[in-house]
Design a protein around this ligand. Structure first.
Ligand SMILES: NC(=O)C1=CN([C@@H]2O[C@H](COP(=O)(O)OP(=O)(O)OC[C@H]3O[C@@H](n4cnc5c(N)ncnc54)[C@H](O)[C@@H]3O)[C@@H](O)[C@H]2O)[C@@H](O)CC1
Ligand SMILES: [K+]
Length: 220
């Protein structure tokens, strides 16, 4: 079994893939979105309503792209973006422009998160960039997600969980299933994270084979 990687190792592989191999960041993001959307539709295609809850980092960017792809496949998609949009990453900013051009409505509040009867909520608030306890507005959104009756699916890692330790800082999304991007996270080996990750599926998104990035991995 391939060992789980730390957030630092994955970020180094991302940087190497983008800057030394030459696969643009938004291409990786689009491939991540395509892989998650395909996996979600293969399992939950009979669902009509989706709520995608996004942060402003690249995990959020994955989420905006997933929302757009679900929208284009004819699903009813409500897209929430939580946080200061002016601080959105470059890739997430691009995804938001695309979504707006496709006339998707983008809600910046989490008001109707629990009222609506969404069949599925997709958690794209935080990914491997989470490095501290979550505060409002994210904290109340995570609680609202966990209180909903929806099926909860996490993008890359359930928001609130440390990718390195598998431990919850203070609150985390309790997902039924986690679609993790590219690599198994070191924290997933900690069984305490199972109530938050649910079943984990690792999705390939075109990272180079291990021989190209072996030199970036911390020694065992
Ligand atoms: N091109 C790329 O680099 C790719 C990135 N991917 C996605 O990008 C994610 C990593 O994205 P980012 O590194 O932008 O980080 P995240 O999107 O995980 O987090 C966003 C930002 O939140 C801040 N933050 C951390 N803890 C916080 C807290 N408790 N409260 C408020 N803000 C907090 C950090 O500054 C972090 O940059 C992965 O999990 C994955 O989903 C994938 O799409 C693969 C390709
Ligand atoms: K997430």
């Amino acid at each position: 079994m391939v060992r789980g990687l730390s957030a630092r190792e994955i970020k180094a592989i991302d940087h190497f893939t983008i800057n030394s191999i030459g696969i643009p960041s938004v291409v990786l993001m689009e491939r991540a979105a395509l892989s998650v959307t395909e996996a979600v539709l293969s399992e939950y295609d009979d669902n009509e309503n989706f709520i995608v809850v996004c942060g402003t980092g690249n995990n959020g960017g994955d989420g905006v792209a997933i929302a757009r792809l679900l929208h284009q496949s004819g699903k009813r998609v409500t897209l929430h973006v939580i946080g200061d949009l002016s601080k959105a990453s470059e890739e997430t900013h691009i995804q938001l422009i695309i979504a707006r051009h496709l006339e998707m409505t983008i809600s910046e509040s989490d008001a109707d998160l629990s009222e609506q009867k969404p069949a599925i909520i997709i958690d794209a608030l935080f990914g491997i960039g989470l490095d501290r306890a979550v505060k409002d507005p994210y904290l109340s959104v995570i609680k609202a997600i966990n209180q909903s009756t929806a099926t909860i699916l996490a993008v890359d890692i359930p928001s609130g969980l440390s990718a390195d330790t598998g431990i919850v800082y203070n609150e985390a999304v309790r997902a039924k299933k986690t679609y993790t991007i590219g690599f198994w996270k070191k924290g997933f080996d900690n069984d305490q994270c199972r109530p938050f990750t649910g079943e984990i599926k690792t999705l390939a998104i075109g990272y180079p084979e291990a021989k190209f990035y072996q030199h970036l991995l911390e020694s065992e």
